[in-house]
Design a protein around this ligand. Structure first.
Ligand SMILES: Cc1ncc(COP(=O)(O)O)c(C=O)c1O
Length: 449
């Protein structure tokens, strides 16, 4: 599909067909399932989406980073079609198949760490996190897990407990899991200790160290789980010293380091895994999102002694490592490896433009990002840093009305994140940024609230 005219807004979104589908949705789908936009999509191609009313958008969401290689990637589609001619599902526990093993081998080879690794394939990011905790507990024979404020690890009970944000994820769903200990993350724009990086001496690491002396015994802690860039939390980039500090604590106290790369992995930050920017080797890694080439697939990867610890039959699931997802995943990794060299350049273009916007618009308190994982944090006042929540929501709405699909993030609900496909053209990237710039200008000159 090639569109000469992108974006193209024929009917102010949501158009009549989207509205009609939304009525049906409201009748049959629980209201707690949230949508960022009320737009129903008919067709996707690369970094472009066409809705059911004929509107065409630039896509800066990539299905929340599940399509780092773009919509309907031809090579992935061909791999899926070939697999469909053979079989769709067998269940790895009944009759194993080659694509699972090949993908496990490929993942073991590309993940950081030169030691032998084993790979468990599952269906979703949350399930990968659950299994990371299961193997860490079994291996260490310890129950406790350290997680961070602003973290997002998924919606199943252990993953939800590890998630560090109450609304909307945890509220009303308790009781949650025991033995989870939460610490402040290195959110330098809003330092939990009111210090400045790097003169802070990485107080957030010292705080954990102190707690291990005064409040929790390391004999009770199996693992520390963290995101090298907190995704849902607002694209908060953990400084290298913070991440290295976590590794050191783990080494000193016999704790496993679990690196959640579900959003940051698959090339999103310009390296296959974000942790590669930090010269740290985790014990266990979780992957998901783009790993399945657009189909549901996730993985828990770890040192072989950790992954082999539980009893036979202790890990798995009916659909885990579905063969169609596995072939799509193998192709997806191959494509990402080819796309990696483009990511820093595209990221620089976008970061520069976001910084230019920050100079023009007071509402942009912070600009941050790595590769094509970029965000702006919106504030009502740069000094008080009061989160500009309503404006953030208005900007996202005006963006889609002008032909750009872009999404929010942030514990304080004031962040806009950019997750375009890694193969977006410079032209489309700039078109999307033009819309964002125009909308922020309009919204900040025309305050509605
Ligand atoms: C870092 C991280 N971990 C875990 C998850 C959960 O993944 P899923 O929604 O596939 O369960 C997400 C989803 O956004 C994530 O960003």
């Amino acid at each position: 599909m090639s569109f000469s005219e992108v974006p193209r807004i024929r009917e102010t979104p949501p158009g009549p067909k989207s509205k009609e589908l939304m009525e049906l949705r409201n009748k049959y789908v629980p209201k707690s399932v949230h949508h960022i936009t009320p737009i129903f999509i008919e067709f996707g191609d690369g970094a472009i989406l066409k809705d059911v009313d004929g509107n065409i958008y630039v896509d800066f969401a990539s299905g929340i980073s599940c399509l780092n290689f773009g919509h309907r990637n031809f090579e992935i589609l061909s791999a899926i079609k070939e697999q469909l001619k053979k079989y769709m599902h067998l269940c790895f526990h009944v009759t194993p198949y080659e694509s699972y093993i090949k993908l496990a081998e490929k993942i073991a080879l590309i993940t950081p760490g030169k030691f032998s690794k084993k790979v468990l394939l599952v269906n979703s990011g949350a399930e990968a996190v659950e299994n990371a905790v299961k193997v860490a507990r079994w291996f260490t024979k310890k129950p406790g897990i350290i997680a961070f404020e602003n973290a997002f690890h998924g919606r199943t009970f252990m993953a939800l407990t590890l998630t560090g944000s109450v609304m909307p994820y945890k509220y009303g769903f308790g009781p949650l899991m025991p033995n989870v200990y939460r610490f402040p993350y290195a959110y330098c724009y809003r330092c939990p200790f009111k210090l400045e990086y790097p003169s802070c001496g990485i107080e957030c690491i010292e705080y954990i160290r102190n707690a291990l002396k005064t409040s929790i015994s390391s004999d009770d802690i199996a693992s520390i789980i963290f995101e090298p860039i907190q995704g849902e939390g607002g694209f908060i980039i953990g400084p290298k010293e913070f991440i290295q500090g976590l590794r050191k604590i783990c080494d000193e106290y016999g704790i496993l380091l679990i690196d959640d790369e579900i959003q940051t992995g698959m090339g999103r930050t310009g390296k296959m895994f974000c942790i590669e920017h930090n010269d740290v080797i985790p014990d266990v890694i979780t992957m998901g999102k783009s790993l399945g080439g657009g189909l549901p697939l996730a993985a828990t990867i770890g040192r072989d002694d950790i992954m082999d610890a539980p009893q036979v039959g202790g890990l798995g699931g009916t659909f885990c490592g579905n063969p169609v997802s596995c072939v799509a995943g193998l192709k997806a990794i191959e494509l990402i490896e080819k796309l990696l060299p483009n990511v820093p350049k595209l990221g620089e273009i976008a970061l520069k433009r976001l910084k230019e916007m920050q100079e023009k618009y007071e509402i942009i308190g912070d600009v941050r990002g790595l590769g094509l994982m970029l965000a702006i944090e919106l504030v009502e006042d740069r000094k008080t840093k009061k989160p500009a929540i309503e404006k953030r929501n208005e900007i996202i709405t005006e963006c889609y009305k002008n032909g750009l699909i872009i999404i929010g993030a942030g514990t304080y609900k004031n962040v806009i994140r950019l997750l375009p496909p890694l193969n977006i053209s410079e032209e489309l990237l700039n078109k999307g940024l033009d819309i964002l710039d125009k909308v922020i200008k309009y919204e900040t000159n025309n305050p509605k609230s």
